[in-house]
Design a protein around this ligand. Structure first.
Ligand code: PLP
Length: 378
């Protein structure tokens, strides 16, 4: 049987079989029914949950007690945005974020606007990077939160978070980073980067879907999330049926594997992308969208200038890539990320995101290139 080629790892990833295997013993409903009534299984579950918490903490360089399990990055984002807004209402209502954030952050901002928040949206340049001077100039006495994503899901562009955190803290604000795309792919340490709040999600690095984590740093900030108190007490008053043990075990192991195998994955995937881009750039009119210097090693957002989106879609959809558009209930729109980088609607529609992963091979890259050569540039 020929396996489907999946070049859309930024969207979601297949679960690593080792992760699935580790989850299996905890996926049996019998385990949970018995577990809720037997002390032994309850303490065993507590043990595996704490092990997973340690594995997540280790991946991002935090302390174990700074990790809260969530059902997704989206949940963590909403938890952060809503609770910081409520918790610090006495100080102000101003939040800074970036035009190219994921919709989960932008939608959370829209909800807060309805509650009275003032949001400033940082611009990005043609490379997708923010301007640190613009950031510095946006702070007011009312700025309570700055939300800047670590790596962009469409372009892979990495924002200069260390410098951003210095500016944010000098202005007495809290830094939240959506690290959904960076976690498990690149090595970073929340303490070293000076990040106060950060989220990750399992399904972006070969872990299970429906499980993520929120880091709430306690070292340098007095961040106490309102709802966090409820969640934390739920975890500490541990009740088996309230936690998804198998998903938590899977997330923990996925973090451990990603950390242990990061450099192997990096070199394998970097070589795949180098080959893909090397061959693609041979075709005339193609260019890479976003910074090529400050970028995740797995992402390649390519503008097929002059080519119609429908043509690209017909040829490339079988490879599971993403296109430079997003649809809402009313219409297909050009990507807000590419538009924020100053691209025309036409070029945004002619753009394709390839996001590679550890299960991809050079043969698959060759197949994509051949298909493009035969069907688009024949
Ligand atoms: N943030 C970014 C940058 C993402 O790429 C995604 C998923 O595509 C999310 C947040 C949402 O993640 P989840 O599916 O865990 O809610």
């Amino acid at each position: 049987m020929k396996l489907h080629i999946h070049l859309d790892f930024n969207s979601t990833t297949p679960v690593d079989l080792r992760v699935l295997e580790a989850m299996l013993p905890y996926s049996n409903p019998q385990f949970e029914i018995e577990g809720s009534s037997t002390h032994l299984l309850e303490s065993k579950s507590l043990e595996v949950v704490e092990k997973a918490r340690h594995q997540v903490a280790s991946l991002i360089g935090s302390r174990d007690e700074e990790i809260i399990f969530t059902s997704s990055a989206t949940e963590a984002i909403n938890l952060v945005m809503n609770s910081v807004y409520e918790r610090y209402a006495y100080r102000g209502n101003h939040i800074i974020t970036v035009k190219t954030e994921h919709k989960a952050v932008l939608e959370a901002c829209n909800n807060l606007i309805r509650k009275g928040a003032e949001i400033s949206y940082l611009n990005v340049n043609a490379e997708g990077l923010i301007d640190l001077n613009e950031l510095q100039n946006l702070f007011t006495e009312k700025t309570i939160l700055t939300a800047v994503m670590f790596a962009n899901n469409e372009t892979g562009v990495l924002q200069p978070l260390k410098k951003i955190s210095e500016i944010v803290h000098a202005n007495n604000s809290i830094l939240f980073s959506d690290a959904t795309q960076a976690a498990g792919k690149i090595d970073f340490d929340v303490a070293e980067f000076g990040i106060d709040l950060l989220c990750v999600t399992g399904h972006k690095f070969c872990g299970p879907k429906g499980i993520g984590a929120l880091y709430v740093g306690r070292k340098n900030t007095d961040v106490v999330l309102r709802e966090h108190i409820n969640i934390a007490s739920k975890e500490t008053n541990f009740r088996l049926h309230t936690l998804k043990i198998s998903e938590i075990v899977g997330l923990g192991l996925a973090c451990q594997l990603a950390q242990k195998e990061m450099w192997d994955n990096n070199s394998h995937i970097s070589a795949l992308r180098a080959n893909l881009e090397h061959q693609l750039l041979d075709f005339s009119g193609l260019r890479i969208n976003g910074s090529t210097k400050n970028r995740l090693y797995n992402t390649s957002n390519i503008c097929f200038h002059g080519k119609k989106s429908v043509e690209l879609f017909n040829v490339l959809r079988k490879f599971g890539v993403s296109f430079g558009s997003s649809s809402n209930s009313l219409a297909v729109q050009p990507s807000h990320v590419l538009k924020s980088m100053g691209m025309s609607d036409e070029d945004a529609f002619s753009s394709v995101r390839f996001s590679l992963g550890k299960f991809n091979t050079q043969e698959q890259i060759l197949e994509v290139i051949n298909s493009i050569r035969q069907n688009i540039y024949a």
